[in-house]
Design a protein around this ligand. Sequence first.
Ligand code: PMV
Length: 326
Amino acid sequence: MKSPKITARAHTNIALIKYWGKKNQELIIPMNNSLSLTLDHFYTDTTVQFDSTLTEDIFTLDGKTYHDEKVSHFMDIVRDLANISTFAKIDSTNHVPTMAGLASSASAYAALALAASQAAGLNLDRKDLSRLARRGSGSASRSIYGGFVEWQAGTNDLDSYAVPFEEDVDWDLQMIAIVLDPNEKKISSRAGMQTVVATSPYYPAWVESTTADLTKIKTAIQARDFTTVGEIAESNAMKMHALNMSATPHFSYIEPDSIKVMDAVAELRAQGIPCYYTMDAGPNVKIICQKQDTQKISDYLTNLFAPEKVLVSAAGPGAKIIARCE
Ligand code: PMV
């Protein structure tokens, strides 16, 4: 017996207000709300089919088969929800330029949540899909929606999910990713978060100031106030990275080339070009800008880094089914 074969597509997202710490590890309940922009350029396509002849889940990513505990654990959650015990074939393709180093758990688990739940016969609404995607990776809860998305922290499995803040973005915001290191991150986001929550003396200040940043950035987004959006996003990212440096043991994702990009952004701003940076759990720097300035900014950066390392994205859509085979 085979289930329908479902293919879903989900795009990755960049957090302007970061999620960096959990109050519940198992359920992935964050300490604070976060806010992101879903991106059009980077996405994952995932096909799922349950098959009663299988004796385990078979997971293929970009043509290679893996034994992935996290994926199997996630599939167990889907099986529990659907009240089935069948294993599945899961086939994922990351649509990110080769060597981009931006393959993201956000697009991966959002696509898997949609494809697996549908193949299992569940017809979840977007709130429940966001809750399910969250169980794979926190940031995936936001990739269910397009545009600006807020993940409301909540306190438990039922009330921790993302909601659209502005799904159809009629604002020419762009993001330029500077790919500095395509390799696996040295400290996983899971390990990094655990260390800062447990040891950084600044952690309570982070939660407090991030809550204030979120309120301000929402007002600035609604007012289309690019300068304020950029300033808050940049400052919020640096506060997150300061947490890492204040943890025991301290650690950092910032590498010499990351600082080179930050200096370039400061120089561009000094020249009157509005742009701001943000960074996640790795050395790559992402620059937020407006479309009218993208060319100037990428020209400046391609003088410093190889052109294939400079990738431009705009706002992207939410997760959707792209193929269904009964
Ligand atoms: O959901 P994870 O485990 O990939 O953690 C994401 C953490 C950051 O990317 C650093 C911040 C965020 O809110 O996306």
